[in-house]
Design a protein around this ligand. Structure first.
Ligand code: ADP
Length: 506
């Protein structure tokens, strides 16, 4: 994600009555109840495709965040001690409830975030699997017995939930990433305050509150605080500063993540950071051309390039370069572009006009510096068509920063090893992929890539709830993924007990 795509602050109206998240007003969800912002303010939530106002949203601030944290703090003892079978049933019920609402949720994702049918299904399927896998976390062993050199001492390492977890999620995969930020921490016995993006308060927040509470989650265990565009800082700062919040997880841009990490340092607060990517897709000369083109098209343009794992740079070994370039550019130019609710659409609208303007500016700058446009290259508001550029100079913004949209850079290389070296020159290291007929070479290249995630013979946009998702370098630290979440969202307590008195030297 790139912070420059965020809307600047805008005027906010006064809030309507406390909503239930369904009647045109999306309130906070605090202590099991829908609530307006205490200030009474709200803001209009607009569809990126039609521009229509979908409803008003509570414009929260630090005061609202504190209320949510207090509720989560009060709910923690009860939730963390609930028997595993009861916790398990809640997540299983929530999965069924989400599945039963698939069509409505997909429509809401399209309306609120411009998310097309395919990526809507990806998000819903991920979220259902997340809930079902989380349901068994309650039964995972909670520690180990450890040998001690002290005769008569029994030692153990006991995993304990930490308390309140703050979760800050982006708009681009609002349902899946709001869920990923919250469900693992909850399933481990923590309580959660989720701050969705101002672009996706409903599909990234309110919807989760509806489903989890209909499934029987106790009041206060899961809370949502929304805020107006440009006002995320007040809520984020409140989460970082509260002594009750023991961990914060963040998915978003490197620029925002860096700011949060600096503030978190002051409070000695542990973060999980999942940040920007500048992800390479490397095509070796021995690759199957059709598969390589299909993979690159999907990896670069799924959800109009607004996924942190999207391929931003495609490197092709020289012997395959001409054939690959011709087919890749032709396919990109022909991708159906427009209404996200039309199942045939591949490239829907970008999230807002600032994102569109940023794409336009960066492509124009690259072209002015000598880049050649092989496909796309001109905005079609509110869409930006799939765009392929080559000969992008290293000093162009496109070559340096993550550009969150359907624009990909194509580069010809003599060897895949050269591509690895070029990719590793980036400060970012989230995802990467290698397409080759030689899987052993693929694994060697994967080992050489400075990336938290590498897929051989696939494109880079993949996630499964139990996988160790996360980046290296400026793409962040910590791992999401239910199998690994315990390390992030629990503490280990060393406990010893003796069955005999111990002899002391004095
Ligand atoms: P993007 O530009 O893709 O929206 P951001 O990093 O700006 O990426 O946004 C990701 C999430 O971070 C969103 O929920 C956004 O509201 C939130 N955010 C933005 N600025 C701040 C901030 N100063 N403190 C806390 N959260 C923030």
């Amino acid at each position: 994600m790139h912070s420059e795509s965020a809307r600047p602050a805008q005027g906010t109206g006064t809030g309507g009555p406390t909503g239930d998240g369904t009647g045109g007003f999306t309130g906070h969800f605090i202590d099991g109840e829908w609530a307006a912002a205490r200030s009474g303010r709200s803001y209009p939530n607009r569809s990126p495709w039609t521009g229509e106002v979908l409803g008003a949203v509570a414009a929260g601030d630090a005061d609202d965040a504190d209320r949510a944290v207090d509720a989560a703090h009060r709910a923690f003892p009860g939730w963390s001690r609930l028997p595993p079978a009861e916790r398990q049933q809640i997540f299983l019920r929530a999965a069924d409830l989400l599945l039963a609402r698939r069509a409505e949720v997909a429509a809401a994702l399209a309306a609120e975030t411009g998310c097309g049918r395919h990526f809507g299904d990806v998000q819903i399927d991920f979220s259902v699997r997340l809930l079902r896998q989380a349901a068994q976390l309650a039964y995972r062993p909670t520690g180990e017995l450890l040998p001690s050199d002290l005769p008569g001492t029994q030692a153990m390492a006991v995993r304990r939930p930490v308390g309140v977890v703050g979760a800050i999620a982006p708009w681009n995969s609002s349902l899946a990433l709001g869920g990923r930020a919250s469900i693992g921490p909850l399933a481990l016995g923590n309580t959660v305050v989720l701050k969705p993006s101002e672009e996706s308060p409903r599909t990234g927040g309110a919807l989760w509150a509806e489903i989890l509470h209909e499934a029987g989650l106790p009041a206060g265990a899961f809370n949502v605080v929304t805020h107006a565009p440009g006002e995320a800082g007040a809520v984020g700062d409140a989460l970082l500063a509260s002594p009750h919040v023991k961990r914060v997880n963040f998915t978003g841009s490197t620029a925002t993540g860096r700011r949060l990490a600096e503030k978190a340092g002051r409070h000695l607060k542990r973060l999980v950071l999942q940040l920007s990517g500048q992800n390479p897709l490397i095509v070796a000369a021995d690759a199957d051309l059709g598969h390589a083109v299909d993979a690159a098209i999907y990896g670069a343009f799924v959800h109009q390039g607004q996924v942190c794992m999207c391929a931003r740079r495609v490197y092709v070994e020289r012997p395959l370069a001409d054939a690959f370039t011709a087919r890749f550019a032709a396919r990109a130019a022909a991708l159906p572009t427009g209404d996200p609710a039309d199942p045939a659409t591949v490239v829907g609208p970008v999230i807002n006009e600032w994102a569109l303007a940023l794409l336009d500016r960066r492509v124009k700058e690259a072209v002015a510096l000598g880049a050649r446009v092989l496909a796309g290259g001109h905005p079609r508001p509110p869409c930006y068509p799939a765009t392929v550029l080559t000969d992008v100079p290293a000093d162009a913004e496109l070559a340096q920063a993550e550009t969150f949209g359907p624009v990909v850079i194509l580069e010809v290389v003599d060897t895949a090893e050269e591509a690895v070296a070029r990719a590793n020159a980036s400060d970012l290291g989230l995802a990467a992929s290698v397409i080759t007929a030689d899987p052993r070479r693929g694994l060697r290249l994967a080992a050489a890539l400075e990336a938290g995630i590498v897929h051989v013979n696939d494109q880079p946009v993949n996630d499964e709830p139990h996988m160790p998702f996360g980046g290296v370098k400026d793409s962040g630290w910590g791992r999401f993924g239910l199998g690994f979440a315990a390390e992030e969202f629990c503490d280990l307590q060393w406990i010893t007990t003796r069955d005999t008195p111990r002899p002391y030297p004095f």
